[in-house]
Each structure stands twice: as structure tokens, then as C-alpha cells.
Design a protein around this ligand. Structure first.
Ligand SMILES: CC(=O)[C@@H](O)[C@H](O)COP(=O)(O)O
Ligand SMILES: NCC(=O)COP(=O)(O)O
Length: 248
């Protein structure tokens, strides 16, 4: 079954708005785990506008599920990840001033750079995932540099889901099949939601993990964090009804 990693960037955004410690990021991470999340994702950015580097150190002390640190592997990020040694690092090619992640790596053009990064993290026992667009050549490139996993950048799927979900999913199915064929494991994330998650999970073969933040935290404003996490988990289980029908 596909695992749910909750991205808690937005909790840090709210906390930082007032400069204090409300909401308490560490407590929220513990609560996400208690409510059923199978992992915690953070994406420290160079300007620390949401997750701070100190948050990552603090979370490492308490997170007992899979800890996934995403980000652009600049020197400071590499040092932080190698110090914390999370279960997984996800390499994302963000520009420092990007509002949010908006593209995957060109794994062919940046092959040498990525190979060195994969080696440095794997030598510390950290699983490496490379963020890529749904493009079979980029999946092959990730495999060629030795990455353990890829994370498919799902924003284009989410954006086109409403118009034509079969067309929206098609490149993702092709990329997933390529990953399965090559034996590289598969994650996905960005703009996944209660609306589009179930179909994605049903259609994508071999999906190991989704990381979800923005929509999930927005839903929690209405449904509460515990209900919301349970609703997302139900979207990832083929038996039970998900989405709004799953509210208890
Ligand atoms: C890699 C990815 O798609 C997410 O981590 C996304 O970038 C979240 O980052 P923000 O919360 O800063 O938008
Ligand atoms: N890797 C994607 C992630 O962590 C969360 O993305 P989003 O749900 O905040 O768009």
C-alpha cells in the first residue's frame, strides 16, 4: 500500500507569521504520526521562510516514522542532511527564490552532479530520491546515476485532473512503468489532494509513497488534522471510501 508522508512546511509558515512557537512544529509532527501518517516531510529553503534548519535538527530527535528531507542540494543543505541522516533525502532543483517547486531535474544534463550527490548521501546510509517530471528519459537518467527512488512532480497532473483525468495521468503511468521496468522505486508529490489522490494511486503501478502538504493542511482547517489524515489514508487504500465521504 502507498504510504503517506505529511509535509509540515505550512505549519512552520503559520508559526513564523508571529515569531513565537504557535503552532508547535514538533508537536504537530508527533500528532501527524499519532493520527496515522507514515512519514514526515520537510523542505528547508535557503531563506528559511517556513522550515528552519534548527527545525530539522529538532524533528530528527522525535520523528519515529520515515523522515524525508527535501531540498536543493546546496552546501548548507548537504551538510544538514548528512548531519541529521534521515531515512530519505529528496533532491529538488529549486531556484532559491522559487515560490514553490516548479520542475524536476534534467537527470541527463546534470548526471555527473547528481551521481556525486547520490554517492555522498548513500555513503551515509540515506536513501536518495530524485524529483523528476513525468518523462521516461528523466527516469532513465535517475536510474543511471544510481538513485534509489524518483519522486514524480505531480503538479501538471493536479492541474489537468479536472479537465481530463485520463489524459492528465497518461505520462505519469508511462513514467511509472519505466521506473518499474528499471527497478527504481517510485514516490510522487506536489498538489496532490483529496480530489485527485485516489485516482492517482489507483492508476500508478508500484507507487511507494506520496508526500502531501499544502492541500492537506488546508483541508485540516475544515476537518481537523486527525480526520484529514485519515481521509487521505483512505484515498490510498483500495477497499474503503475516501474523500469527503470518509469524514468521521
Ligand atoms: C518538492 C515539492 O513538490 C514540495 O516539497 C513543495 O516544493 C513544497 O514546498 P513549499 O511548501 O515550499 O511550497
Ligand atoms: N514532495 C511534495 C511535498 O512534499 C508536498 O507538496 P504539496 O502537497 O505541498 O504541494
Amino acid at each position: 500500500m502507498t504510504r503517506l508522508s505529511v509535509n509540515i512546511n505550512k505549519i512552520a509558515t503559520i508559526r513564523n507569521a508571529r515569531g513565537g512557537n504557535n503552532p508547535n512544529l514538533v508537536q504537530v509532527a508527533l500528532d501527524c504520526e499519532r493520527f496515522g501518517a507514515q512519514g514526515i516531510t520537510v523542505h528547508p529553503r535557503p531563506d528559511e521562510r517556513h522550515i528552519r534548519y534548527q527545525d530539522v535538527l529538532d524533528l530528527k530527535e522525535v520523528v519515529t516514522t520515515e523522515f524525508n528531507i527535501e531540498g536543493n542540494p546546496d552546501e548548507r543543505f548537504i551538510e544538514l542532511v548528512k548531519r541529521v541522516k534521515p531515512e530519505q533525502v529528496t533532491l529538488v532543483p529549486d531556484a532559491p527564490d522559487a515560490i514553490t517547486s516548479n520542475a524536476g531535474w534534467d537527470t541527463i544534463r546534470h548526471a555527473d552532479h547528481l551521481r556525486r550527490l547520490v554517492d555522498t548521501f548513500q555513503s551515509d546510509g540515506i536513501r536518495v530520491s530524485i524529483f523528476v517530471d513525468a518523462d521516461e528519459r528523466m527516469v532513465e537518467g535517475a536510474k543511471a546515476v544510481g538513485s534509489d527512488r524518483i519522486e514524480l512532480y505531480t503538479e501538471p497532473y493536479a492541474a489537468h485532473y479536472v479537465d481530463n483525468r485520463d489524459m492528465a495521468i497518461a505520462p505519469f503511468v508511462r513514467a511509472a512503468r519505466k521506473a518499474n521496468e528499471l527497478g527504481i522505486e517510485l514516490n510522487a508529490g506536489h498538489d496532490l489532494s483529496l480530489e485527485n489522490l485516489r485516482f492517482f494511486d489507483e492508476q500508478i503501478p508500484g507507487l511507494k509513497e506520496v508526500s502531501i502538504g499544502h492541500a492537506l493542511i488546508c483541508d485540516a482547517l475544515y476537518f481537523g488534522l486527525e480526520n484529514t489524515i485519515q481521509m487521505y489514508l483512505r484515498c490510498l487504500s483500495s477497499e474503503a471510501p475516501g474523500g469527503l465521504a470518509g469524514l468521521h
